[in-house]
Design a protein around this ligand. Structure first.
Ligand code: NAP
Length: 301
């Protein structure tokens, strides 16, 4: 049974189609929604539209997209008329004790918020969000791979770099499609688990030797792993789908120079399955909101 949000004012600031499914679910639980950045969306009954500053001032809880913010603090607002920015100036306008939920922010912004006593909860990092979200993310990555390759994934030599929350789901789905999946990880327990699941385990230390075999490469590691040296060894026909958050884990410029198709794939859940992704938010957020709204600053992290 979901937690009730009766009378709680939620500012939903920016987002994409996911939020259009998420907002009515919050309303069903009794929340009042103040929407910023939804001027161009079909009206949602009961949602009050406001400017970003007004929404921030008036709400009890601030919800920014799971997508996060870029290096300038720009927030995705697919239906907004104006750009929405979460920067230090905007943080200063946030009244005390307003929890701010967002997928992730740059460490510098998080540090600035900490100094101001603003609690930012980076939801994309929470296991419960990341694991559920890995399903639409993996489907989206596979959809992109299908669009950009000239081979079937069935029978393909597909490499999954990084076996974390997204990597495991992706590897399992590729396996289900009949791909010959190599799981690349640095921890011995992940490599052992990969073997038990019928993947070919490969330590990162051996990737340079083996990468020339890969036809489709999915990267989930949020650090530069596909660097110049590895790209040199990669087949020019391979397709790289980089799922890791911006800026991804690929030297895109160098890949382009070599003629390797490499694509950064942000916002996959919103692209592949906005309804499911919105319902995932609706499943997880009520409990998080109540937990962070009622807890003193120091008791939860
Ligand atoms: P995760 O559970 O933390 O998994 C990350 C994996 O990368 C782990 O297996 C980790 O291995 C490995 N790793 C990290 N740094 C490494 C390094 N320097 N060298 C080798 N391996 C390294 O994260 P996740 O939830 O799967 O998410 C992965 C990335 O995808 C994140 O950037 C996330 O924001 C992004 N994401 C994007 C979308 C989208 O729509 N594009 C959707 C979901 C997630 P260890 O355990 O050994 O550290």
């Amino acid at each position: 049974m979901s937690a009730g949000l009766k009378g709680i004012r939620l500012a939903v600031i920016g987002g994409d189609e996911r939020e259009l499914y998420f907002i009515p679910e919050m309303q069903k639980l009794g929340a009042h929604i103040i929407g910023a950045g939804f001027e161009k969306a079909d009206p949602i009954p009961g949602m009050r539209l406001a400017a970003q500053q007004e929404a921030i001032r008036e709400a009890d809880v601030l919800i920014f997209p799971l997508y996060g913010a870029d290096e300038r603090g720009l927030i995705k607002a697919r239906y907004g008329n104006e750009p929405i920015v979460l920067n230090q100036e905007m943080l200063q306008a946030i009244p005390n004790n307003r929890p701010l939920f967002i997928g992730w922010v740059r460490p510098t912004l998080k540090a600035a918020a900490d100094k101001m006593g603003i609690r930012i909860i980076e939801t994309a990092k929470l296991d419960e969000v990341a694991i559920l979200n890995s399903v639409p993310s993996a489907e989206g990555a596979i959809q992109m791979a299908m669009q950009h390759t000239r081979i079937t994934l069935h029978g393909s030599r597909s490499y999954v770099l990084g076996l974390g929350r997204t990597g495991w789901t992706l590897a399992a789905m590729l396996k289900g499609l009949g791909a010959r999946v190599t799981g690349v990880a640095r921890k011995t327990q992940d490599l052992a688990r990969a073997l038990t699941l019928g993947l070919t385990p490969l330590p990162f230390s051996e990737l340079e030797r083996a990468i020339g075999q890969a036809e489709v490469i999915f990267n989930t590691v949020p650090s530069l792993v596909l660097d110049k040296e590895l790209l040199e060894k990669t087949s020019r026909d391979a397709v790289i789908i980089d799922v890791a958050s911006m800026p991804g884990g690929t030297d895109f410029e160098y890949a382009q120079m070599l003629g390797i198709k490499a694509l950064l794939a942000p916002g996959l859940p919103g692209m592949a399955a906005p309804k499911t992704a919105g319902m995932i938010l609706a499943q997880v957020y009520p409990r998080l909101i109540l937990r962070y709204l009622t807890a003193p600053m120091t008791s939860v992290e």
